[in-house]
Design a protein around this ligand. Sequence first.
Ligand SMILES: [Zn+2]
Length: 254
Amino acid sequence: MFQFLVFVFGVCIGSFLNVAIFRVHEGRSVIKGRSKCKTCEEPISAHDLIPVLSFFILRGRCRKCKNVISWQYPLVEFVTGILFLLFYSKFNDSSIEGMYTIVRDWIFIAFLILIFVYDLKHMYILDRFTIPAMIVAIIFNLWLGTVPAMSLITGAVVLGGFFYLQFVISNGAWVGGGDIRMGALMGLMLGLNQGLVALFLAYLLGAIIGVMLLLTKRVDRKTPIAFGTFMAIGTAVILFFGNAPLQWYLSLFV
Ligand SMILES: [Zn+2]
């Protein structure tokens, strides 16, 4: 029962993330004002704003103008709910520190979803998401001691520096400033070791997806890829599995 409530809570947070992504892009306040249909501008009534369910009740269309509503909305809500439940279920720890760690992971995940969806949609890693996420990551990790301070600093410098170097060498052609901040954020969320594993995972995923898209002729060699999406996935995966993937990989050679 409690797990179901955690899922519902995650779905509601997902709903808020959808609103944040849309309104930040439009340059509107995230909190103030009612949600409107994108096409006919009709304010959406409260009973049509139930996360996930309303989309299916309305069969994916606006009640008034019947225009198609994006699949992004129910999908982000559902996935956020599942991820919140996964991170909650990972801990068998009912101590107060355990609870704080769950809250930390939920907040990290919420930021990673924002960065993922925004980069996928608009090909841009927003400072409005990465910079608050960095501050939150520093505060939580230092306060809870989940990542040692030295690992946080070196992680941010090495991962951020990795992209900064590419930025300088290519004169801003290969990566943007958003990638530098995202690299630093990965270091601040995970620390140096896990951050590097997450970065490796991001490149691995990017390569696999890139080759698949090339083979299916969905993209050509010149199509830019939203690398922030892969960095967000890599970070989320390592946030969940911790040291296990690296240990597994090293065990192959021992
Ligand atoms: Zn409408």
